[in-house]
Design a protein around this ligand. Structure first.
Ligand code: GLA
Length: 744
């Protein structure tokens, strides 16, 4: 719902449980009024405290800067006296930097709006509304449209901006963020996500301090290191209670997300494309549109925030036909063979996989050019018939005959110096003329901003896909962007490179899913460096991390699931000792952790013991039984090992609250110690449920019957598993009425 009150000049945006209010101030600035729990339509303009601050004078009404340095803003601008962080900075033709946005008009439209070439949320017209506030800088003759989309079924507000140069001069946009808002600091904490390769998205919670704090990427991709997400929350907020504001960015390149605590203890929150290395030339008549930022408010703690993000992404962002469906259970040969495989080895894996119930074989890196290690051949997307003897078509046919689907790995955005394509097109690698480009994993980045190179890469992928019955692609991207230079942009447009690179990735992936509509696409970037909502627009799943160790995955998947639905988290069972950390964990625990994602295997199945084969078969069965709840239900964090240093526990609860799956992972065992009670929120409080300890000895751990309110407030008992890294899976099912009468 979006309403405008002509008298008060207030826009009131409502989601099912939150309100957002915007005021056209007395001078025409677009001012932030309120964001929080849903409220009525009262005139809240007093919240903006328009004239309380002075400078060296008591005459606070006298000066413009007293207003601008204080007023809560929706899209603050640079150079005119708001000295806090800006969302928009423009240099005009004479290189002056002021921009001031004054209300011009607005419209409220049914449905959402698509931005050409950029991932966007979508919704049926009857189920969402978009507010467009058009503002103007009359001196520059520039208009800026501020967009806000709201949805009937989800507590999210999606924001972005369009900057139109209506003048007859060229201007430069030096900064164009997607969203900003100001509010009082209520002694908040903030959460951001940090990590490294094989250690992505670890959660960091800390108090907000004076000054600027936040996260950035200038690596050309989302990155392993920091994530385009931040949450601001009550110091007392828990998983299930308290006010939480979450901000996330539907984008896959350089970003900035910041909180700035200012002189009057107010907070300015900003999110958008990182202005460092960004400068967009806007010719007369042209427009620039920012990507979309997502704002979520929940007064039901962090789980409430996660539900809003998950619902938005599942219902209004992920387009793949696979999004709600069970995914084929796959086996990937990367950790099984690395580069050392051939047709026979892959067929051996396929045959054994079929016996254990696996449904798809994915051939990872190493099938093309002369790639027997990671120092060559990226760009030479031609099957290496010394390895794939008999050719790709034959391999895929044989795999299909065994009864498995077939998938393949590509890294289309890369080029190895040792490749035929580089030898014939040395100018297709990103580089600064006269400077030796830095190497990473022995590779350079293909200059996909150059349409010729981009088209070559896309056509190479498409040719392979057309040559055989390939039903899945893992699209990888294994290095960051440095040494930016391209012959395809003039000097005064080089500041556009990073954004144009991301647009080029989006264009290639759009072509791919248009040309191959039934393809299951999984994005990947050295593990999880491009796990972001932008990529979810193209692929329903993303490889979460190259770290497949079940214990390391607890933190990685916990941080990832803060915003992203479990249906999108690529997770596999691999062998022990684990290849990333050398840890040995029970096969059962590896399976339970992977079941909370897309699920699959990444090991040499021909080398497993009989006992392990039967465990694979059991896990395949568990996936079939429970993956609907995991993919389409509500996810609740219950206990976090990264916080309690003892155990991890989470739940997936079906939307109708009839079924739930609880995963408990003990991590280290303690001698002579008490059992644990875990409290399961989110079930129907007045209904009775049967609680079954799935793989446990049913005589020792028989099912129990408990009411939803009991499960939430008293919890269920978990007998500590024997040994380290033990785990327990619990299935909870609502009782039908007959059963309840007999048993209650
Ligand atoms: C990246 C991926 C891995 C694997 C290798 C292949 O690291 O994350 O899963 O595909 O590349 O080189």
């Amino acid at each position: 719902m979006i309403k405008f009150n002509e008298q008060t000049k207030i826009f009131h945006l409502q989601t099912p449980n939150s309100s957002y209010q915007i005021l056209i101030s007395h001078k025409g600035h677009i001012s932030h009024v309120y964001y929080g729990t849903k409220i009525g339509a009262d005139d809240l303009s007093y919240l903006t405290r328009q004239m309380e601050y002075g400078f060296s004078s008591q005459e606070i009404f006298r000066e413009k800067l007293s207003l601008l340095d204080f007023l809560p803003m929706e899209y603050p601008t640079d150079g005119i006296g708001d000295f806090r962080e800006s969302a928009l900075a423009i240099s005009d033709a004479t290189n002056h930097n002021g921009v001031e946005l004054i209300y011009k008009n607005h419209k409220i439209i049914e449905g959402t709006v698509q931005i050409p070439g950029i991932p966007c949320v979508f919704a049926e017209k009857s189920k969402s509304k978009t507010l467009v506030i058009t503002t103007e800088d009359a001196v520059l003759n520039v208009e800026v449209d501020l967009y806000y989309s709201v949805f009937d079924d989800c507590d999210a507000i999606v924001r972005w901006a369009k900057i139109k140069n209506n003048s007859n001069q060229t201007i430069f946009v030096n900064k164009a963020l997607s969203a900003a808002f100001d509010m009082d600091d209520n002694n908040f904490d903030m959460i951001t996500l940090h990590g490294s390769w094989a250690r992505e998205r670890h959660l960091d919670r800390r108090p907000i301090h004076m000054g600027k704090q936040g996260v950035v990427s200038k690596r050309g991709e989302t990155s392993h290191q920091e994530h385009p997400f931040l949450a601001i929350l009550d110091k007392t907020a828990t998983e299930n209670a308290g006010n939480v504001y979450g901000v996330n960015f539907i984008y896959s390149g350089n970003f900035v997300a910041e909180v700035q605590k200012n002189q009057f203890d107010s907070l300015r929150v900003t999110m958008g494309i990182n202005p460092e290395n960004f400068r967009w030339k806007l010719n007369a008549g042209d427009a620039f549109e920012t990507p979309q930022a997502v704002l979520v408010f929940s007064d039901k703690g962090l789980n409430g925030m996660s539900h809003a993000f998950h619902d938005l992404y599942r219902e209004h962002l992920i387009r793949s036909p696979f999004k709600a469906k069970p995914r084929p259970i796959l086996i990937n040969n990367w950790e099984a063979t690395y580069f050392n495989f051939n047709t026979e080895k892959l067929l051996e894996i396929a045959r054994q996989s079929k016996k254990d119930g696996i449904e798809m074989l994915v051939m990872d890196d190493g099938w093309f050019g002369k790639r027997n290690n990671d120092d060559c051949s990226l760009g030479d997307w031609v099957v290496n018939e010394e390895k794939i003897n008999g050719g790709l078509k034959n391999l895929v046919e044989q795999v299909n005959k065994i009864g498995l689907k077939f998938g393949i790995w590509f890294e289309p955005e890369m080029i190895s110096p040792d490749s035929d394509v580089f030898r014939s097109h040395p100018d297709w690698a990103i580089q600064i003329p006269g400077r030796e480009p830095g190497m990473s994993r022995q590779q350079l980045v293909l200059d996909i901003v150059n349409p010729e190179a981009r088209n070559f890469a896309y056509e190479s992928v498409a040719k392979i896909l057309k040559s055989a019955n390939i039903e899945y692609v893992k699209w990888d991207m294994n290095r960051q962007l440095s040494d930016i230079g391209t012959p395809s942009l003039p000097a005064d447009q080089l500041g556009e490179y990073f954004h144009r690179y991301v647009l080029a990735v989006y264009e290639m992936q759009e072509r791919l899913i248009t040309d191959f509509p039934n393809l299951l696409l999984e994005n990947c970037s050295g593990g999880g460096a491009r796990f972001d909502p932008g990529m979810l627009y193209y692929s329903p799943q993303i490889w979460c991390s190259d770290d497949t160790d079940a214990i390391e995955r607890l933190s990685i998947q916990e941080g990832t699931a803060l915003m992203y639905p479990l249906s999108s988290m690529g997770s596999h069972v691999s062998v022990c000792p684990n290849h990333a950390v050398g840890r040995v964990t029970p096969f059962k625990t590896r399976g339970y952790v992977a079941l909370s994602g897309t699920f699959g295997y990444e090991l040499d199945i021909t080398k497993l013991s009989d006992e392990e084969h039967s465990q694979v078969q059991r896990q395949v069965q568990l996936y079939k039984e429970y993956s609907d709840i995991v993919r389409n239900g509500d996810y609740y964090r219950i206990a976090s090992y990264s916080q309690n240093n003892q155990f991890d526990c989470w739940a997936s609860i079906s939307k109708d609250k009839k079924q739930a799956l609880i995963t408990f992972v003990q991590v280290l065992n303690h001698p002579n110690y008490k059992s644990i009670f875990v409290k399961i929120p989110g079930l129907a409080q007045d209904k009775k449920y049967k609680v079954t300890y799935v793989d446990e000895d049913q005589t020792q751990n028989p099912p129990v019957i408990l009411q939803g309110s009991t499960l939430q407030n008293a919890g269920i008992k978990i007998a500590r598993p024997w040994g380290d890294f033990g785990s327990i899976l619990i299935y909870i099912e609502i009782l039908n009425s007959e059963f309840r009468i007999q048993n209650s």
